[in-house]
Design a binder for this molecule. Sequence first.
Ligand code: SF4
Length: 311
Amino acid sequence: MTAALAPVESRPASTGETDTRHSNTFLRLKKKLERGVGEAIGDYNMIGNGDTVMVCVSGGKDSYTLLSCLLALRERAPVDFRIVAMNLDQKQPGFPDHVLPQYFESIGVEYRIVTEDTYSIVKDKIPEGKTTCSLCSRLRRGIIYRTAKEIGATRIALGHHRDDMLETLFLNMFFGGKIKAMPPKLVSDDGNHVVIRPLAYCTEADIARFARAMDFPIIPCNLCGSQENAQRKQIKTMLQGWAREHPGRIESLATALKNVVPSHLADSRLFDFVGLTRQTVVEEGDTAFDPLELPQPASATIRLMMPGADD
Ligand code: SF4
């Protein structure tokens, strides 16, 4: 569950068209999302034969979409893997605890509901008015890892998407002094769990359209009463403005996450500037006196990220 995400019903539609589940626009969108997920899985070797993937489903649009895409891809994947949907009921006031079990049963997916009253713990420990997300997330992470172990999961799939990754990149640059985003795949600190983000190439707008068309039973994400992080909101607004005013810019940023040139940054831990001599071969060469290279056209960049996305 991402604190920053507003319920899908409060989001404006990204297109004027209505996507019904059998319309061509919907089928194209479904194909595009599944292709993006398939590519991310392939590019980062996220899932292999015999894996058990525990998909964390919060009841938000992203995790429903993730589960739907993984189930569809499993049907035609060359590898055999198990999917277990998992929801953590944190006992937030008004949480409709019947919704997800009903949904999982309706689609016939194996599932595990874990009920832990982290809400009371957080309310008890954090003074009124202070942000609760960091303790809440820490508690949630511990429960998710424990559950993954119990069910024998070799992968934990989270519903973060491309725009979450970019927002995190800017949050870290603007407020943390780091060029650091959200990795598509990571290993937990204790080395016991591999966490994957198969929606890494999918846009929030596509996911929102898909979720609307699929009519997922969305559970609001503000039940804990926590406000959306103001800094993340600010970054989101900035990126949405860029997307409107500069077509292709966001796609270029997403591509940039995959094209890091350490010799052209300034981090001596990534590139040995101190030991650099006239014999050192530098990636992308000597650009000291060159004009800045122009970015690729937006359409080419989009195809780089998602071949066939525009077909
Ligand atoms: S406090 Fe609320 S918004 Fe923050 S992480 Fe927990 S459930 Fe999400």
